[in-house]
Design a protein around this ligand. Sequence first.
Ligand code: GRF
Length: 222
Amino acid sequence: MTAGALTLGVLASGRGSNLQAILDEIASGRLHAAVSVVVSDVGDAFALERARRAGVPAVFVDPHGPGGKDGYERRLAAVLSGHGVALVALAGYMRICGPALLAAFPGRILNIHPSLLPAFPGLHVQRRAIENGARFSGCTVHFVDAGVDTGPIVAQAVVPVLDDDTEETLAARILRQEHRVYPHAIRLFAEGRLRLAGRRVLVDGTDPLADTAAIVNPALPA
Ligand code: GRF
């Protein structure tokens, strides 16, 4: 771990491809951070195996232990704090954050969600985007608050929804962008460039997109 690097704790319930993208970005030197621990609520989550392969402590915290949800989150927060975590990144963590976890890391929990929030919070979002005829979908990195996918938005990437998309093809297209946008958002946090203004997140020192930037689907004639 290099001096001054942001210490990250990653919470994941599943395969952990976003965790891998973060680890890879750190390994390449493009993200000045270190993952000090990966925690899962699922004992055999592949995310834990990815952590072990990267030499990162991998910890299973049993959500069904004593004390209900509060007890679980207190144990979780203790593990994270014990590893010096400054920012918690939820990466496919399939539980709603409760008061104990939120209080332990106020304003210091990020999540990635596979839709263009505030459209389609919750589950089965790619299917719902297709069924609702959305022409675009994408992914959102946001701060976590007490709601379900409701916190202030840090960064988004947009992808088209194509006529022959299935839930799987759209999810794969979005996931490719998740792997770019999540490390990017964490980098902005690490560099101290995110400022909360009510429900908005203002980003210091980025090149603004052109006022005319737009993509249209179906495409305009050439
Ligand atoms: C991603 O689509 C993420 O947006 C959502 O859960 C999925 C996790 O995928 N929150 P992975 O475990 O990072 O591969």
